[in-house]
Design a protein around this ligand. Structure first.
Ligand code: GLC
Ligand code: CA
Length: 534
């Protein structure tokens, strides 16, 4: 096959950093840009191609950066624009691209635009947000709900109007129907593109537009009020498509610039719809992240994604992010990491861009907090049924030094107590560690075109505990066999496939490959085995 010219975001591995929790260079307990710069060599050693930084714009941190007060600045707790330029330069010099998180659906209530907007109905910024007078009997304008709980309309008594917020009430939604908002936001893209940023993660992009008529959402069955509605008028409005085209053509006016859209309330069909030629280069769908530890569930997630995308669409795969319990907590048993190696092999051998969340490569587990320690406001609202998103945001575990080498002072969230044993320095010393397994998988992906670009061909006749597939180009065939279970198993390949000249690329359970057992590959418990024919 003629190898397509390389595209960093399609062929590479992207690493998400939650800057508050990555590394603290000035010892105030909060991670910062200096900390990221200091660890770029560690990231280069892992082999990743790009970093995505959760928001670093100034923010009062009601939603920890996802509530912005200035789109063209760096929050002083993270550093300055000069520090950011230095980060860009240092990252680029190591071949690492930089992706910024743009939160353009809403601002902080402390953004000067909203301060002006709420000062009077006549203020030129009033129309930058979504205001309505109360409905009949002084009720909110319609039945829309906030995803974080409660109604989505907040009453502003001085104006006798409600404003709309899909998330916290401190995060008023912008009025994207208003042309100056659109202009201002396209300028935000330009500002960072001109600085040399390689791409963007677009926070909840499919929420930007809501129906201008504000119709009530129809009911459906569900647990919380938010889930008891079909979200047909508050998200996924078609007016978004011309905007996505405009964003795409702006990106394409620079070489190899990327955007990945966070599809809110995603499913593969919906995510695929926005990830086509003249819309976004990529979108997230989170089916992988919600899969229980069952091979069939992952297989159907992959197949649904593959079947939904048009040939020009390119999948993304995510096992972890800053909004959900870590995969090590969901899948891991105690401190054992073998199952996580199987998960790593699954993630890093897909046809699609793999995303790794900081600490995933060393199997960081979620921290458990008491109610009074919770930082995420949503925790207090739903405790003890839902304890918020702090668990997966604890400080990176660099070493066995105090505070896991994250900071010399007490970090903003507690370090996981397992850090004395579970940390990057220790895993570097241990050739069998999860860290080295991630690093080898990333390296294999880099070396073997079939793993990046090959077709995905499932072998569907495996026993229930195994997920097995081929990744294939005309020149290369790679066999990936993943035993999800704790018993040895035989994978039936059939005589033709079994007889092929297989060579071992990687396994967490064996050093050498002794060949097939007739028509079968014998697998160890929780083994990830990758073989190649070339
Ligand atoms: C996205 C972010 C989440 C944030 C929300 C509102 O879902 O991932 O962390 O709370 O948007 O900005
Ligand atoms: Ca700091």
């Amino acid at each position: 096959m003629q190898e397509l010219s390389s595209l960093w975001w399609r062929d590479g591995v992207i690493y998400q950093i939650y800057p508050r929790s990555f590394a603290d260079s000035n010892h105030d307990g909060i991670g910062d840009l200096g900390g990221i710069i200091a660890h770029l060599d560690d990231l280069a050693a892992l082999g990743i191609d790009a970093i995505w930084l959760s928001p670093i714009n100034p923010s009062p941190d009601v939603d920890f950066g996802y509530d912005v007060t200035n789109y063209n600045e760096i929050d002083p707790k993270y550093g300055t624009l000069e520090d950011f330029d230095c980060l860009l330069q240092e990252a680029h010099s190591r071949g690492i691209r930089v992706i910024l998180d743009l939160v353009l659906n809403h601002t902080s209530e402390l953004h000067p635009w909203f301060q002006a907007a709420r000062s009077s109905r006549d203020n030129p910024y009033h129309d930058w947000y979504i205001w309505r007078s109360s409905g009949a009997h002084n009720r909110p304008p319609n039945n829309w709900q906030s995803v974080f709980g409660g109604g989505a309309w907040q009453y502003e008594s001085s104006l006798d109007q409600y404003y709309y917020h899909m998330f916290y009430k401190e995060q008023p939604d912008l009025n994207w129907h208003h042309p100056p908002v659109r202009q201002a936001m396209l300028d935000v893209f330009r500002f960072w593109l001109e600085r040399g940023v390689d791409g963007f993660r677009l926070d909840v992009f499919n929420v930007f537009f809501k129906s201008a008529h504000l119709q009530d959402n129809p009911p459906k069955l569900g647990l919380r009020a938010f889930d008891r509605q079909q979200h047909i008028y508050d998200i996924d409005q078609d007016e978004m498509l011309p905007l996505l085209k405009e964003i795409r053509s702006l990106l394409d006016s620079y070489p190899q610039r990327y955007a990945v859209g966070e599809t809110f309330l995603s499913n593969p069909t919906k995510a695929a719809r926005y990830c086509v030629g003249d819309l976004l280069p990529a979108t997230f769908n989170f089916q992988f992240l919600f899969c229980p530890w069952r091979p069939g569930k992952f297989l159907s997630a992959i197949q649904r994604w593959e079947h939904s995308l048009t040939p020009e669409g390119w999948p993304t795969y995510v096992l972890n992010n800053h909004d959900n319990p870590r995969s090590a907590t969901r899948y891991g048993r105690g401190e054992d990491d073998e199952r996580l190696k199987v998960a790593a092999a699954l993630l890093l051998t897909q046809r699609g861009t793999p995303y790794i969340y900081y600490g995933e490569e060393i199997g960081m587990r979620d921290i458990t907090l008491r109610r009074e320690q919770a930082m995420d406001p949503i925790a207090r609202r739903y405790w003890p049924f839902f304890k918020g998103r702090d668990g997966c945001r604890s400080p990176m575990q660099w070493s066995a030094a105090p505070n896991a080498g994250f900071s010399e002072t007490q970090p903003w969230l507690p370090v996981h107590p397992n850090y004395l044993k579970r940390n990057l320095a220790a895993q570097r010393q241990d050739p069998d560690s999860l860290y080295h397994f991630y690093a080898r998988l990333i390296q294999l992906r880099r070396e073997i075109p079939a793993l990046r670009l090959g077709m995905f061909l499932p072998l569907t006749y495996e026993p229930r505990a195994i997920l097995a597939y081929l990744r294939q180009t005309p020149e290369q065939t790679v066999l990936v066999a993943l035993n999800f279970g704790r018993r040895p198993l035989r994978l039936f390949l059939g005589s033709q496939l079994a007889a092929a000249p297989w060579r071992l690329l990687l396994s967490n359970a064996r050093e050498h490959f002794e060949g097939m057992d007739q028509d079968y590959l014998c697998m160890e418990p929780e083994e990830a085995c990758i073989l190649i024919q070339d």
